[in-house]
Design a binder for this molecule. Sequence first.
Ligand SMILES: [Mg+2]
Length: 262
Amino acid sequence: MERENSPNERLAAWKRDPGSSAILTDIDGTLAPIVPTPDMSEVPADLKEILGRLSGEYLLVAGISGRKSEDARKLIGLEDIVYFGNHGFEILRDGEVEMIPEAQPYLEKIQELESHAREELEPQGAFIEEKGITASIHFRNVSKEIGGRCVEFVKAEGERLGLRITVGRGVVEARPPIQADKGSATRRLVREYGPKRAMFLGDDTTDLDAFRALEGLRDEGVLEEILRIGVKSDEGPPEIASEADIVVDGVEGVGEILEALL
Ligand SMILES: [Mg+2]
């Protein structure tokens, strides 16, 4: 039934009361069009301008990303926005990076894994990306055999050090064994800033954690109103559209929603 209201009607309460409203958004695929390699990503200038104005009016504007929070800031390029990066492990605001407290005890262990990986795997052609509280060991450019060795090595180190290891395409990642994702990031920001209403805009599987966190916060009575804005794409999961309150087409559609919030 709710879905029958037009987007503009649904945004009315937000515009009336921006001081009690939070805008949370994914970055890649939502504010920045997907490009062949992540370092080519860019947030369009008109979107940056709108985000800058929104951050002046609204209680909170936050970018939530799997990237390092510093990289997230570089992409959007605005100082007034809060950046929650590194899969929910770190927040960057007012120029300071802050690690979530539960993750802090694991920082030394991540560093130990990185230094062993540098000694053992770098000479074989792997690239060790130090991301602070998480580490990514890239093996896209080495043979399959060496790639397999990278995965085995990092898994064994992870087990020894008590870290969570995940294997992706050409990359094996180490992180603290605690719950941190876009859902926990959303909950943390809502708890801290105390908005009456919060929205999340996203295009991919990891964004569904944020959608579900908003739903939980509404059911618990923490939030009066929520909006899940799904950015439809060919590669994204179907749940992005089915779980969203409003579905938009690509970064352009996101721009229209953000502009309507001004
Ligand atoms: Mg995305």
